[in-house]
Structure formats: structure tokens, C-alpha cells
Design a protein around this ligand. Structure first.
Ligand SMILES: *[C@@H]1O[C@H](CO)[C@@H](O)[C@H](O)[C@H]1NC(C)=O
Ligand SMILES: *[C@@H]1O[C@H](CO)[C@@H](O)[C@H](O)[C@H]1NC(C)=O
Ligand SMILES: *[C@@H]1O[C@H](CO)[C@@H](O)[C@H](O)[C@H]1NC(C)=O
Length: 502
């Protein structure tokens, strides 16, 4: 569940997942005698060592997605504590100073991250299951059992193969031999991502050729061709097959939480992403979907992944991309390597393929989010927006000290009077500009790396960019600007490349 890809995706993923989990649940009731164990650095190892199977949520007190998960996690813990043997759910505040060392050991880089610890904590796998109580219970019961369960009856098959998840079933003439061992090894390795089972009798399985004797692998999935057979049992080939076969041609984004694992995969992929939004209850939905499907088939195995999202469920995504409901159906392309975005509003089904072709051919202009260029800009610290960045910063032939800030950021508020002091001290120097940009309301070009707020840059008259990491005092900043300013107003050389970009 960790959200670690930090490009555009970080923000987008967060807002998608917040809605993908469905309606806001009840507030976390403060349960007397909570079924969830609280662990900290003082007792983590001791408690984990006591349990062959234990689930730990690494959370931070300020994390919104954690607060959404908590009531569901709590309910699941209560049910699972009655399981035989009990399945233990615990939580660990990974943001607490004293706990951070342990969190680092587990490679926690996003919240919430839920880990399944087996074998007294010696093996840790990431929880990749659903986030609703009942589904968490089902998922964890399977996780607590063997990596691959035997299917002996049609009923067993019904329990393991459902219409929401990917299930991988090995069909074997007998449970021995290299094929079976390799299947088991892959099941052990990938068990937190998929459900694995094995059987001696393909007739028990709901789909596919029932005469198959094996060894063969039949992968069941709730989308596309619904099942696929595979017969190469080298572990690498098997893993690769599973990885590719379990990605839908089109990922669905709506209120159904069972799509959540597929959404996670979609956003964690290194591909660029094409997202089509429209109302799922629209009479034209099927036409759009089949057109998108045709295009997605063309791009299969290439570097674009496809999603179709219900615009009724996408308010926060629409807000982020500054589009309105009445502009749907609309298609958005997020280019992964440089965060550029392309948007086509009011798209017709027949335009989808052509638009993507234009994108591939480099014929489209990227969408840029910008506040309006201010009409009056006469405070000492000048306001820069995405649409004026080129003129104020790169083409002005001036030395610009630029702050990227967020309106809610406390450190930025503290810096404001200091920047003003700096700006006033350079008032008579026409070759120096002190400026600021709201980086939450404007797209920041990739040349500026914004790891946090405020981020400070100096761009010299000739276009050289220097990050400013010094003390945030007027004295230090003035000193830095004095040292790095250039008197030239010749802007034709080093700023050329970025001018083209903007
Ligand atoms: C671990 O220690 C913390 C206090 O340091 C305590 O609140 C918590 O209940 C303990 N957990 C267990 C399972 O003993
Ligand atoms: C995607 O692949 C094409 C070639 O198939 C390449 O030209 C393009 O740069 C790639 N885009 C990304 C974002 O990797
Ligand atoms: C700017 O110039 C004016 C007039 O020449 C002068 O009075 C003022 O002190 C100067 N300000 C600074 C900060 O140097």
C-alpha cells in the first residue's frame, strides 16, 4: 500500500485511492479494549516473535488514508481474533521519533503500509489486499493458510476462484516433481498479490478445458479473456506470465473497492497513463469503452496504460486537473518521465485513437495549470504564475530569486517578511527580482525540483539555475544574490533549452 512513486502520481494516487475506497465510513469509534494491538519500539520484536503470523499497520497520526482504514481494520481485527488460531492485527506509529529506526528497517516509505509478518517476523510481505473489513477478513484468512491451497471439490474451487480477484491454479497429475515445486515457490513469493491453488482435477474448475491433465497453470481473472493457460514452469517465466496476464487492458476506476488492487498496479506502473472519464451510467458508455479497448489493445506491451473512470466519482481528480463535469467525456494523458499532461475535453468515441496518435506524433500542446497572470503586481515580492514564468524569470535578462511555496505552509509564512526585506533592499537594483510562485496552483516545470515547501531557487540573468539551501535570513539571502548575480542581459545562450520547454 505504500505510495512511493513521487512524480505526478503521488498526488494523483492519493486522491484516487481516497475515492476508490468508497464512501466515507463511520468515524473510527474508540473501541474499549481494541482488538488491534498497539506496538512500539519497546515491544515490537518481542510481540512479533510470539506469533507465526501477524499483520502490522505502519501508520502516521496525520495520515488521512490511515484514518479511513482504521475503522475497517479494527472491525476485521475483532472478527479475526475469533479465528482458530487467532489472527493478530497490530499497529505501529512509524512517525514517532523512537519508532522510526524500526520503520526504516521495514522500508516504510508511505502511509499506511501494512505488512504481513511470518515466521517470527523473518519474512515480511506487503499487504496488497482490499481495505474494507469483510474483504480484509477474507483476504487474511487466505494469507494465514498455505501459500497454495488444494482444490478437491467444486465448492473449494468456488471459494478460491471468485469474480473479483486474480487466482492462479496449478493443475498437476500428481503433487511431486520440479513443476510442482516451482509452482509452490512462486506461490510463496507472490502470495500477497494473488490467490494460488492447486488441483489434480481440471474438471473442478469453472472455466477452460476440463480435460487438461497438467502440469499446467490456469490463471483466472475478472476481466478480458477471463482465464489463460500457461505451461512453462521455470519460475522466471511463470512470474512474468502472472505479472503480465494480471494487468487488465483497461483498469476500471469507480466506487467498487475490489478494483483497488488493480488501481494500485496501474499507478505504480512506470508507464505513461491515459485516463478516460465519463459517466458510467451514460447510454454511450459501451461505445466509449469499446473504442478505448481497441486503442489499448494497440498499445499492449508498450509504455501507455489505460484507465476508464466514472466521472461521478472523480470530483477531486477533476479539481486537480481543472476540468468541469460538463467537459466529460474527457481524456487525460499523464506522461510519466516529465509529468507533462495532455487533456482533451468533450471527446467523442471516434476521436480517441486519433488523439492518441497525435500525442505519439508530438502534435499536442501540453496542458499547463496556471493561476491568471496578476494585473497588478506592485508588492516588493513579485507574484509569478506558470503562464508568466518564462517572461519574468527566463526571458527578462534579470537575476531572479524565486520561492516556490504552498499557501498552507508554516515555514513559508515565516519566510514571507524576510523575503520582503530582501526585496526592499534590492529595490533600486533593476537587474534583481525577488519573486514567489504558489506551487500548488501552478505547474512547476521539471527543471525545478520541489522536495518540500518552501523551495528556493536563484536564476541568474543568463538563465543558470541554482537551488538555495542556505539559512533563511535576509542577510544570507542578500549575500547569496550578490555573489551570484550576473550583470549581463544577454539571454540567448544557456536559457535557450528551457525557453523551448516552456
Ligand atoms: C507496547 O508498549 C506500549 C507502551 O510503550 C503499550 O502502549 C502497548 O500496549 C504495548 N503493546 C503490547 C502488545 O504489549
Ligand atoms: C514510449 O515509447 C515510445 C516508443 O515506443 C517512445 O518514443 C517514447 O519516448 C516512450 N515514452 C515514454 C514516456 O517512455
Ligand atoms: C534607492 O534610491 C533612493 C533614491 O536614490 C534612495 O533614497 C534610497 O535610499 C535607495 N534605497 C536603497 C535600498 O538603496
Amino acid at each position: 500500500m505504500a505510495i512511493s512513486r513521487v512524480s505526478i502520481s503521488f498526488f494523483v494516487v492519493a486522491l484516487f485511492l481516497a475515492t476508490a475506497d468508497g464512501e466515507e465510513g463511520e468515524e473510527a469509534a474508540v473501541v474499549e479494549g481494541s482488538a488491534v494491538l498497539t506496538l512500539d519500539a519497546s515491544n515490537f520484536s518481542e510481540v512479533v516473535a510470539k506469533h507465526p503470523f501477524i499483520v502490522v499497520e505502519f501508520y502516521a497520526p496525520w495520515c488521512v488514508l490511515c484514518k479511513k482504514l482504521d475503522p475497517e481494520y479494527e472491525k476485521a481485527a475483532a472478527v479475526l481474533s475469533e479465528h482458530d488460531p487467532p489472527i493478530i492485527l497490530a499497529k505501529f506509529d512509524a512517525d514517532d521519533e523512537k519508532n522510526r529506526g524500526l520503520a526504516d528497517q521495514f522500508g516504510i516509505d508511505g502511509f499506511p503500509t501494512v505488512k504481513i509478518l511470518r515466521n517470527q517476523g523473518k519474512s515480511a510481505q506487503e499487504y496488497k489486499g482490499p481495505r474494507k473489513a469483510e474483504a480484509i477478513v477474507q483476504y487474511l484468512k487466505k494469507q494465514a493458510g498455505p501459500a497454495s491451497a488444494e482444490i478437491k471439490t467444486v465448492e473449494d474451487a468456488g471459494n478460491y476462484i471468485d469474480y473479483k480477484t486474480v487466482t492462479i491454479v496449478g493443475v498437476f497429475p500428481e503433487y511431486t516433481g520440479e513443476e510442482f515445486e516451482n509452482f509452490r515457490a512462486v506461490a510463496e513469493k507472490l502470495r500477497s498479490d494473488y490467490v494460488f491453488a492447486h488441483t489434480l482435477d481440471a474438471k473442478l474448475l469453472p472455466r477452460g478445458d476440463s480435460a487438461v491433465k497438467g502440469p499446467a497453470v490456469r490463471l483466472f481473472k475478472p476481466f478480458d479473456e477471463l482465464f489463460m493457460d500457461f505451461e512453462d514452469f521455470s519460475t522466471d517465466a511463470l512470474e512474468k506470465f502472472i505479472e503480465v496476464a494480471s494487468v487488465p487492458t483497461i483498469t476500471i476506476f469507480n466506487k467498487d473497492p475490489s478494483n483497488h488492487p488493480f488501481l494500485m498496479k496501474f499507478f505504480n506502473s512506470p508507464n505513461s497513463k491515459a485516463l478516460l472519464f465519463l459517466r458510467f451510467n451514460s447510454y454511450k458508455f459501451d461505445v466509449y469503452k469499446s473504442k478505448l479497448h481497441e486503442v489499448a489493445e494497440l498499445y499492449k506491451g508498450k509504455n501507455i496504460s489505460f484507465l476508464i473512470g466514472d466521472s461521478e466519482n472523480s470530483e477531486s481528480a477533476f479539481e486537480y486537473f481543472e476540468v468541469k463535469d460538463d467537459q466529460a467525456p474527457l481524456i487525460i494523458l499523464l506522461q510519466e518521465d516529465d509529468n507533462k499532461k495532455y487533456i482533451k475535453t468533450n471527446v467523442e468515441p471516434d476521436q480517441i485513437a486519433a488523439w492518441l496518435k497525435d500525442y505519439q506524433d508530438g502534435k499536442l500542446t501540453p496542458f499547463r495549470k496556471s493561476e491568471p497572470i496578476p494585473v497588478v503586481n506592485d508588492e516588493p515580492v513579485k507574484v509569478v504564475v506558470a503562464d508568466s514564468l518564462r517572461d519574468v524569470v527566463f526571458n527578462s535578462g534579470k537575476n531572479v530569486f524565486l520561492e516556490f511555496y504552498a499557501p498552507w505552509c508554516e515555514h513559508c509564512k515565516k519566510l514571507a517578511p524576510i523575503l520582503e526585506e530582501v526585496a526592499i533592499s534590492f529595490k533600486n537594483e533593476t537587474d534583481i527580482v525577488i519573486a514567489k510562485m504558489d506551487a500548488t496552483a501552478n505547474d512547476v516545470p521539471k527543471e525545478f525540483d520541489i522536495p518540500g515547501y518552501p523551495t528556493l531557487y536563484f536564476v541568474s540573468a543568463s538563465g543558470k539555475r541554482l537551488p538555495y539551501d542556505g539559512e533563511r535570513t535576509a542577510e544570507e539571502i542578500i549575500d547569496f544574490v550578490q555573489k551570484n548575480r550576473e550583470t549581463t542581459s544577454d539571454t540567448t545562450t544557456s536559457s535557450e533549452s528551457i525557453k523551448d520547454e516552456l
